[in-house]
Design a protein around this ligand. Sequence first.
Ligand code: FAD
Length: 471
Amino acid sequence: MIYSNNPHPQSIKSIADAKPVPFWLDDPARPEPKPELTKNISTDLLVIGAGYTGLWTALLAKEENPAREVVLLEAGEVASGASGRNGGFVDASITHGFLNGLSRWPKEVLFLQTIGEANLDAIEDTIKRQGIDCDYLRVGEIDIATEPYLMDEFKETVELAKPYEVRFQLFDREQLHGIVKSPIFIGGIKRFDSSLVNPAQLAWGLRKACLDLGVQLYEKTPVTKLEEENNFVIAHTPHGRVRANRVALATNAYPPLLKRISYYVVPVYDYALMTEPLTPSHRESIGWHGREGLSDGNRQFHYFRTTIDGRILWGGYDAVYHWDNGFGPHLEQRPASFARLAEHFFQAFPQLEGVRFTHSWGGAIDTCSRFSPFWGTAHHGRTAYAMGYTGLGVGASRFGALVMLDLLDNKKTERTALEFVRTKPFPFPPEPLRSVGIKLSQWSMKQADENQGRKNLWLRAMDWLGLGFDS
Ligand SMILES: Cc1cc2nc3c(=O)[nH]c(=O)nc-3n(C[C@H](O)[C@H](O)[C@H](O)COP(=O)(O)OP(=O)(O)OC[C@H]3O[C@@H](n4cnc5c(N)ncnc54)[C@H](O)[C@@H]3O)c2cc1C
């Protein structure tokens, strides 16, 4: 079934009182920010940006060498970016899914899968070792079909994955309804190498682990400029400078400090809603006792999951790009997207009529044309960057950090030898072609969803060139 995009009055009513803040950040456990930088300092490693990529970089650097000086600068607060506002799906895949990995790096995909699984295990190990209380659940993720052609695609995925020992399980309608009840769900495919987490609590736990190991954290400290000076990189901030031997840039979809990054990354806004805690009878009406992460398999997809206190997060579908890499807090609320999301929610779960949404928010995704992270260096190898996760960076950011440290320490590892790591995505064209191309791709994806997944000429040409648009 195709979701209808005309919100009913009850859908509009359900979002009327939603607080315009990310649910995860509206938490008494949110730590007091550390003071901003107000002096000039020096360090061995400077990390810029304290989302997962920056936090993992700082933590892994300290774990490897506790004597290393590490400074972490954050423009807002830890987790104020995508890391505090995502769906909390922690996928083992570092290639934005097995199929994307297979189509782009067929020779490496088996190894990339293995690395990704080890990466997920290492995240789980850190959470346990550091005692991070973040509702971590290794429950897997189910992609759901709402139309028969999607089931055919899922079966094809199982066949393609067989030689690579990737574990998938197919569910027919009845089996799926034993897991989650919706009149529009007709089957699904489960991936086992995926977990769920409370995203902000994970980031705050990593923050504490960094501080315990002696990382110097300055929040409310935006870096305004980077420049090379006498074998060091100087980071300028409003009230102080940092002279660093090495710099790790972990600024994701934010306006980049290196011009070259803006050719590869476009900020795409993704939106989400959180319901109030469901009543026991509403809870019973949907089943879903295993708390699996769920998403639907359309090109324009929703992701949805439950929380520890019995709410449902429902996000995705719209992916909004603004002219010339438009970015800022003013783009984090979008009533039309929230109304559409609410309408789709009640189409999927009509038995939840009357449920209200308590929080609505949006955040920027660092979309690149290959949908998976890429790396690079600047300032004669003294600065490195990792970004481009394209909506699947909760797990992959730890791998992003490991590669950045390899690059900064000039280490040749099995990671840096990968074609996946050595190559970059195809750049986006400048405006106005950038906006036109993205709009055309989005329109074509909508058409494909409405035509049994059939791709038009534009999408086929993009596939042929190895390009795409996703969130
Ligand atoms: C709504 C939404 C839902 C998502 N859902 C999922 C999901 O379920 N699963 C998944 O795997 N991925 C998901 N993602 C993507 C995932 O959240 C990101 O890939 C991941 O958080 C990236 O982490 P990061 O540290 O690279 O970036 P961020 O968390 O964005 O951190 C970058 C940090 O850099 C700081 N910064 C930027 N510029 C400067 C500067 N000049 N000086 C100092 N600091 C600076 C920012 O303030 C920010 O805190 C989602 C994203 C969004 C927006």
